[in-house]
Design a protein around this ligand. Structure first.
Ligand SMILES: C[S@@+](CC[C@H](N)C(=O)[O-])C[C@H]1O[C@@H](n2cnc3c(N)ncnc32)[C@H](O)[C@@H]1O
Length: 317
């Protein structure tokens, strides 16, 4: 039970005041501890933007949507729990402090198995995250996936990105899909998932040595969350893939992570070494390099997405 007597109320405070207060409080708390505060029930108003003043029974409230509270929870590296109705027009919002050490980003596995079957990474199902799957499916539709007969995926992991193609297109059997990943256990899983699909094959192989596989050229190359890996050199690798593996009239879908997976939550914003906060310089640099390079090579390029940025390129030759 919440003790309403001691309950922190944020009725008219500014968002800066609320954020500062909660930041201070969270610093004194351990991971998994919760904090609660009472606010205007967002259902009490509609067609209202956050920040508008609502008056009820001589009491002022600043309206804020659940999106605002959820954004704040993630900015403060917390999970937001189900709000509890506490009065006629109020709810109690509860944040649970996440455990920053519970993340595959901090995994101590050897580099090939960091993303393997037994890793924390394998518990992440991006195809169930709207901020991922919506934009990935949109990118696939934009390149007319059903017409891209030969498809290569670099960093395919356990094959989820192929599974979505399978559920999207009617002519899956007519496509030839090849997935590469140097993580043996992920490739074993991928092979098992597609054991009945003779048009799908997987190689446990290093992308640095792609040429050795002699795979020929592809109508579509997909690579999500992989080319920026520290063991790969982004610019030369991208240029080499476009020059050697992509057909003249081919297409490309590149996915760049703009989030972190922490203790069960997908938290917006790319992280790089030496910064305690989200810093997107590297993300923008690689996205813009890819865009400029592909435009030079006569591709139409669009950039979409949210927690993952999707660069979609289609040849205009
Ligand atoms: C962050 S995961 C992304 C996997 C998947 N595309 C996704 O978005 O869920 C990066 C993947 O690239 C693979 N990888 C990284 N460097 C590689 C390399 N040099 N050769 C082959 N695979 C590599 C990893 O094993 C891992 O499965």
């Amino acid at each position: 039970m919440h003790n309403l007597f001691q309950m922190q109320k944020f009725y008219t405070d500014s968002m800066l005041e609320i954020t500062t207060f909660l930041e201070k409080k969270l610093k004194t708390m351990r991971a998994k501890e919760q904090l609660s505060f009472e606010v205007l029930n967002p259902d009490f108003a509609s067609s209202t933007y956050s920040g508008n003043l609502i008056r009820h029974n001589n009491q002022d409230f600043v309206y804020r949507s659940y999106k605002s509270w959820l954004d704040l929870a993630h900015i403060l590296t917390c999970k937001m729990l189900t709000p509890q109705v506490s009065g006629e027009v109020t709810v109690i919002i509860t944040f649970e402090k996440l455990n920053p050490d519970d993340s595959f980003h901090k995994s101590i596995n050897d580099k090939e198995e960091k993303y393997g079957e037994a890793s924390i990474f394998s518990q992440i199902h991006k195809m169930q995250e709207p901020a991922f799957v919506h934009y990935y499916a949109q990118a696939l539709k934009n390149v007319h996936i059903e017409k891209r007969t030969r498809i290569l995926n670099l960093g395919v992991n356990s094959g989820d990105e192929f599974a979505l193609i399978k559920s999207l297109v009617k002519n899956f059997k007519d496509l030839e899909l090849i997935g590469i990943d140097y993580c043996e256990s992920a490739i074993v899983q991928a092979r098992d998932t597609f054991k009945d699909d003779t048009n799908v094959s997987f190689y446990a192989h290093d992308i640095n040595d792609l040429a050795a596989l002699n795979l020929g050229e592809f109508d579509l190359i997909i690579s999500i969350g992989t080319l920026q890996s520290s063991n790969l050199e982004f610019n030369p690798l991208l240029m080499s893939i476009v020059q050697n593996q992509l057909k003249r009239n081919g297409a490309m879908i590149l996915g760049f992570p703009n989030c972190r997976f922490i203790d069960g939550e997908m938290i917006y914003g790319a992280r790089v070494k030496n910064y305690a906060f989200s810093e997107m310089g590297l993300l923008y640099k690689d996205v813009i390099f890819s865009k400029k390079y592909l435009q030079q090579k006569k591709y139409r390029v669009t950039i979409t997405g949210k927690d993952y940025i999707f660069l979609t390129a289609s040849s205009i030759r």
